[in-house]
Ligand binder design. Structure first.
Ligand code: ZN
Length: 82
């Protein structure tokens, strides 16, 4: 059990309440993690706030997100036996 949700809370506070600004650089850095969380069924939006908003407003990153999501989802899916 290495997960520390509390640490995330503290970081969020340090980064500021409300909507932290996420630029393409941050988006790119965090996208892997964001997608992993999404695929794992975790609350990605809460862990990396602002990223969703950036994806909504940035077609380039949204496209990147979609292809990464498809890739990671495929990796996490066992053999296609259904
Ligand atoms: Zn972007």
């Amino acid at each position: 059990m290495n997960e520390r949700p509390l640490l995330d809370d503290v970081l969020l506070r340090l980064l500021g309440p409300g909507e932290p600004e996420v630029g393409c650089d941050t988006c790119f850095d965090e996208l892997d993690r964001y997608v992993e969380l999404e695929v794992a069924g975790a609350d990605a939006d809460r862990t990396i706030p602002g990223l969703r908003a950036h994806l909504d407003g940035c077609p380039a990153c949204r496209e990147e997100h979609e292809s990464l999501l498809a890739l990671v989802a495929a990796e996490h899916t066992p053999n296609d036996t259904r």
